[in-house]
Design a protein around this ligand. Structure first.
Ligand code: SF4
Length: 249
């Protein structure tokens, strides 16, 4: 399918999507072109997966199986496919890239420096993401404004100039309470780690439970002690590096 330039469409689509419910949002974007939804199996992503399954929309569901996920997350992939009547494609890192990373930084070198952490996320997440989005025109994510300070302005539709994609965030305006109500009403399987204090779940060595009152993403790369830390999936890599390279408190 021919790659389109969506840079001018994001604004008008943003207004349209604001008026629709979740199912209508997904239906609309599924008709715009080849759409890929990337799921980390977190609770927001499970809501989108359930809505795709219910509507059987023409949206590919993909997950980045980094090789460092929690066993609970891996189990949930299969459970989700069966419970929600969907197929989830797994995208894995290249073994030679992991070997090169381990030779240079050590397998768990991400604790030692920002550079090593970003290099690991590049190999295990960004390269598989590029593969998952190859040929796609629409990228659907589970980003919500309430997840963290630097997601507070998340639009429903934005142009990802780095990837020349229309990025759609159909849950941008949802609260965590709305998410939980949907999960209950639609009997959506969720990661058991959420109930153990993990509102945001990524790779096992880089995620820990949070304390009551902490921001939802406080348990991600907690040692970096920086509110704006991200893995580079949702910010350009250069920006992610400059954000996290700021002096730590
Ligand atoms: Fe590596 Fe941690 Fe990034 Fe996962 S979250 S890719 S283990 S640095």
């Amino acid at each position: 399918m021919e790659q389109q330039d969506f840079s001018k469409e994001a604004n008008s689509l943003n207004s349209q999507l604001a008026e629709l419910d979740l199912s209508e949002r997904l239906q609309l974007v599924s008709r715009l072109g080849h759409a890929v939804f990337t799921t980390s199996l977190g609770v927001e992503d499970q809501v989108i997966t359930a809505a795709i399954g219910e509507g059987q929309f023409a949206i590919e569901i993909a997950t980045l199986e980094t090789g460092r996920l929690f066993p609970e997350t891996l189990n949930l992939i299969k459970e989700t496919e069966e419970a929600l009547n969907v197929r989830i494609r797994r995208y894995t890192p290249r073994q030679d890239a992991i070997d090169a990373y381990a030779a240079k930084y050590g397998l768990n070198g991400f604790y030692d420096s920002i550079e090593a952490r970003h290099a690991c996320c590049h190999v295990r997440k960004l390269e598989p993401l590029a593969e998952a989005l190859s040929g796609a025109q629409i990228w659907i994510t589970g980003l919500r404004r309430g997840q963290s300070g630097n997601r507070a302005a998340t639009p429903f539709a934005e142009y990802d100039g780095e990837r020349n994609l229309l990025k759609i965030n159909p849950l941008a305006d949802w609260s965590l309470d709305q998410i939980n109500v949907f999960v209950e009403a639609h009997r959506v399987p969720v990661n058991p780690l959420h109930a153990r204090g993990y509102p945001s779940i990524g790779c096992e060595p880089c995620t820990r439970a949070i304390k009551p009152g902490e921001p939802e993403r406080a348990g991600r790369w907690w040692w970096e002690n920086d509110e704006k830390r991200e893995c580079g999936l949702h910010v350009p890599e250069a920006a992610a590096s400059s954000i996290t390279a700021a002096p730590h408190q």
